[in-house]
Ligand binder design. Structure first.
Ligand code: FES
Length: 120
């Protein structure tokens, strides 16, 4: 697990299913979310007025900002069409080393939802 740009930020044991974890990497505040055993990473500073998304509510793939309740899809940072006062968040590629549970994030390859229509 030494692919360029990926850095260890946490371990799977720090996160539980349906849980959130705030971390910092390269000056970015990032929220990790675990849904269906998969880990996602998204900008933790709400695009509306900077609310702390790592303190929001996660329901399925939807993360609700604690300040004015904008809703984002943790899989891609996409803001819900019903909460258009916020904009799409950056999301970051994640790798998990399943042998030891380490979670690695790459901040150099951030995408926003509009640009990340498909993933392989
Ligand atoms: S700061 Fe997140 S919805 Fe306003």
């Amino acid at each position: 697990m030494s692919e360029a740009g990926f850095r260890k930020v946490a371990n799977k044991k720090d996160l539980k299913e349906g849980g959130l974890l705030g971390i910092e990497l390269d000056g970015n505040r990032i929220v990790l979310a675990m849904v269906g055993g998969k880990v996602y990473a998204m900008d933790a500073v709400c695009s509306h007025q900077g609310g702390p998304l790592d303190q929001g509510e996660l329901e399925g793939n939807n993360l609700t900002c604690p300040w004015h309740h904008a809703v984002f899809d943790v899989r891609n940072g996409n803001v819900s069409e019903t909460t258009v006062w916020a904009m799409d968040q950056k999301s970051f590629p994640v790798k998990v080393d399943e042998s030891i549970g380490d979670i690695l994030v790459n901040t150099s390859r951030a995408t926003t939802a509009g640009a990340a229509a498909t993933t392989s």
